[in-house]
Design a protein around this ligand. Structure first.
Ligand code: NAP
Length: 324
């Protein structure tokens, strides 16, 4: 166990990966700190219904996030709201936060990912005024209105169907003619009379009247034609970008910026591990990233044991007679 001022493990990010790691670490008697930038629970907080997490045939993302949180606290993990500014290694890991420096024997980066933007004209100015990536937060504002959803993955299709609770119509705009989404989700969308699809189509601009979104400019790739579609809301679900800015490029990442890890969740920085959506190659499912958190802790425990042994070796080299 580490002395009072030093943590065994500092987990950066309080989503399913981070909180699951916190449960395993704290229960395994590691002095564990979880740093979360905002509300614990991560991106899952914004999911209306989770229906593929074992043991919970249907539970809201917010409730599941809260359960993870309570569970981690039950075993003594300390959870702190703080923004991490930097991470470095100098014999031990140092985590610089807006609440001060944290010294820790190991760190786990589980900061997840945020929604990717389309980066087209009009998108940024209308964020929060018709452009959103949170159907659960904003769907309510689109009662009896027309909305479009951009993307063809699980998120676009699932959130598109969710939006039909409120909206008069939901048009899913996809750049190809085949969805990436799971078949069960596709079926729900295709069978929903409020949902229509625009295939082989990309959004080239978000249009508005200075106050709110009024439409989207579209490009039909096959017909090579541009046209405008009136709409009240644009929900963008075109994948995610990893939350790694605070690492300032000090840790090796893949071409999309997700953190590279070896077999054992180790990053290129000593003492720093990674798990969950921010890890390169992660399968972004709650059950998978939660399991990754647990597995990472097993590797961290081995690392800490080796590190303690190496520390003892140092002492023995300095004081050879203490070996007995
Ligand atoms: P995703 O699987 O990466 O899908 C992103 C979609 O956006 C793809 O259809 C992609 O088109 C499209 N896209 C990407 N860049 C684009 C651009 N610049 N312009 C237009 N379209 C673009 O992301 P996701 O749907 O958020 O899912 C992420 C992960 O979470 C997946 O592993 C998914 O299984 C998981 N998830 C699971 C559930 C569930 O189990 N219920 C729910 C939500 C998410 P292409 O298909 O042409 O590449």
């Amino acid at each position: 166990m580490a002395p009072d001022h030093l943590y065994d493990l500092t987990i950066i990010g309080g989503g399913p990966a981070g909180l699951s790691a916190a449960i395993y670490a704290a229960r395994g008697a590691l002095k564990t700190l979880v740093l979360e930038r905002a509300l614990p629970g991560g991106q899952v907080q914004n999911t209306m219904a989770v229906e593929n997490y074992p043991g919970f045939p249907e539970i809201s993302g917010a409730e599941l996030g809260e359960k993870f949180h309570e569970h981690a606290r039950k075993f003594g993990a300390e959870i702190r709201i703080a923004s991490v500014r930097d991470v470095s290694f100098d014999g031990m890991v140092q985590v610089d936060t807006d609440g001060g420096m944290i010294y820790t024997r190991a760190a786990l980066v589980a900061t997840g990912a945020r929604w990717r933007h389309m980066q087209v004209a009009g998108e940024e100015p209308y964020l929060g005024r018709g452009v959103s990536s949170c159907a659960v937060c904003d769907g309510f504002f689109y009662r009896d209105k027309d909305v479009v959803v951009v993307g063809g993955g699980d998120s676009a299709v699932e959130e598109g169907v969710y939006l039909t609770r409120y909206a008069k119509s939901v048009t899913i705009i996809h750049r190809r003619d085949t969805l990436r989404a799971q078949k069960i989700l596709q079926g729900r969308a295709r069978n929903n009379p409020k949902v229509t699809f625009l295939w082989n189509t990309i959004v080239s601009e978000v249009l508005g009247d200075e106050q709110h979104v009024t439409g989207v400019r579209l490009h039909d790739i096959v017909a090579d034609r541009d046209y405008d579609l009136p709409t009240d809301g644009v929900f963008v679900y075109i994948g995610t970008v990893p939350n790694t800015d605070f690492l300032h490029g000090k840790v090796e990442v893949d071409e999309q910026g997700f953190i590279k890890a070896d077999c054992c969740f180790r990053t290129s920085m000593p003492g720093v591990f990674t798990a969950g959506d921010v890890r390169s190659g992660a399968w972004r499912q709650i059950v998978v990233v939660a399991a990754e958190g647990a597995l990472a802790v097993r590797e961290i425990e081995l690392y800490l044991a080796e590190e303690a042994l190496a520390g003892a070796e140092d002492v023995w080299q300095t004081h050879p007679h203490s070996r007995g």
